[in-house]
Design a protein around this ligand. Structure first.
Ligand code: SF4
Length: 317
C-alpha cells in the first residue's frame, strides 16, 4: 500500500526538473553529484549548461581540468568536479559504464548513495537510496516507537529503505522518497495534510524538531587590481582543503592598514555552508599574480565569490 500511494503521488506531483526521465547513466551521475550539497534551484540551470558543454562521459574525459572547474564554478565543493572528471576518465578507460551499485562505487567520488541512485534509476537495479530527505521520511514514518529505543543508526536506515523499496520500480520509488522529503515531509513543519502516506505514518509530523545551528558571520577583504582591461588573479594552493587550484582576487593582507581603512569599491554578502560573509572589495595596485583579460575571465576556473564580484563589476560598468 505504501509503495502504491507513494508512486501514484510521484507520478502526478513530481517537480519538472531537467534530469527527470533521464536514462543515460552519465547524465544521472552528473545530476546526482551536482545535487550533493547544492540547492536544486542552482543545479537546474548549471546542469543544463554542463550537459550542453559535456554531453557524454567521453567528452568530459577529454576536457582539461581547468575547463571542467570553470564549468563547475558557482556550484562550490570543487572536489566533486574533479571526482566527476576522474569518473568519466575511468568509464572511458574501461570502455563501458558500470551497471551495478558495487561496480559504480569503484568510480572516483561515487559513494553508496550515488551508486544506488545511478544503478536504480539508469539500470533498474533494486537497491534503495538513503540521503537526508529519505532519513527524515523514515524517522517520521516509524516515529515515537523507534525514538523510544534511541536514534536510528546509519545501517538501519539502509535496511529500512531496502525493506520499503518497490523492487519493480526502484528508480521511481527512490526518486519518490527523496521528492516526498524535499517537498512534503520537509524539515521543520511537514505538510502532512497533503502527504500521500499520511494514513500510514506513525508521527504525522509530531516528532520534536532539532534546533537549527546558528549561522556564523565573518568579514573578508579583497583587492581588485585592474590594468589595461585585465584583472589580477591569484591561484589557490593545490593542497588547499578549500577550492584547491581555483583562481580568485588577491586577499587584502591583514597588515595592509591603509587598504583596510580606505573606502571599499564594493560591498556584498556571500554565504557558504553555515557562514555568512560580508565581503569588502578595495581598489588595489598589487603585481603578484596572473593578469587575465576581463573579456575572457568567465572561462577561468574562478571561485564562486570571485565570479560574483566580477559580475557585479561588469553590471556596474
Ligand atoms: S504524514 Fe507528515 S510526517 Fe508523515 S511522512 Fe507524511 S509529511 Fe512526513
Amino acid at each position: 500500500m505504501f509503495r502504491q500511494l507513494l508512486l501514484a503521488w510521484y507520478e502526478k506531483s513530481q517537480r519538472k526538473l531537467p534530469w527527470r526521465g533521464a536514462t543515460d547513466p552519465y547524465h544521472i551521475l552528473v545530476s546526482e553529484i551536482m545535487l550533493q550539497q547544492t540547492r536544486v534551484a542552482v543545479v537546474e540551470e548549471r546542469y543544463r549548461q554542463f550537459i550542453a558543454q559535456f554531453p557524454s562521459a567521453e567528452k568530459l574525459a577529454r576536457a582539461k581540468e581547468s575547463t571542467v572547474l570553470a564549468a563547475w564554478s558557482g556550484l562550490g565543493y570543487y572536489r566533486r568536479a574533479r571526482a566527476l572528471h576522474g569518473a568519466a576518465k575511468e568509464v572511458v578507460r574501461r570502455g563501458f559504464f558500470p551497471r551495478t551499485a558495487p561496480e559504480l562505487m569503484e568510480l572516483p567520488g561515487v559513494g553508496r548513495y550515488t551508486a544506488a541512485a545511478v544503478a536504480s534509476i539508469a539500470f533498474g537495479e533494486p537497491v534503495a537510496v538513503v540521503d537526508g530527505n529519505v532519513k527524515r521520511v523514515i524517522d517520521r514514518l516509524i516515529s515515537h516507537k523507534a525514538a523510544d529505543a534511541g536514534p536510528v543508526e546509519e545501517k538501519q536506515y539502509w535496511e529500512i529503505a531496502g525493506q520499503l523499496l518497490d523492487r519493480q520500480s526502484p528508480g521511481d520509488f527512490n526518486q519518490a522518497m527523496m521528492e516526498l522529503g524535499a517537498v512534503v515531509c520537509v524539515p521543520g513543519n511537514p505538510l502532512c495534510a497533503v502527504c500521500p502516506v499520511l494514513e500510514l505514518c506513525a508521527s504525522r509530523g509530531a516528532l520534536p524538531q532539532p534546533e537549527k545551528a546558528a549561522r556564523k558571520k565573518a568579514i573578508v577583504q579583497y583587492s581588485l587590481c585592474l590594468k589595461n582591461g585585465s584583472v589580477l588573479l591569484q591561484q589557490r594552493p593545490q593542497n588547499s582543503s578549500l577550492m584547491p587550484g581555483m583562481w580568485e582576487l588577491p586577499a587584502c593582507s591583514e597588515n595592509n592598514q591603509k587598504r583596510q581603512t580606505s573606502q571599499p569599491l564594493m560591498k556584498l554578502m556571500h554565504s557558504i555552508t553555515t557562514t555568512d560573509y560580508s565581503v569588502l572589495v578595495f581598489a588595489g595596485n598589487l603585481r603578484k599574480g596572473h593578469w587575465v583579460p576581463l573579456k575572457n575571465v568567465e572561462r577561468s576556473a574562478l571561485t564562486g565569490l570571485t565570479r560574483k564580484i566580477l559580475r557585479k563589476l561588469k553590471e556596474g560598468a
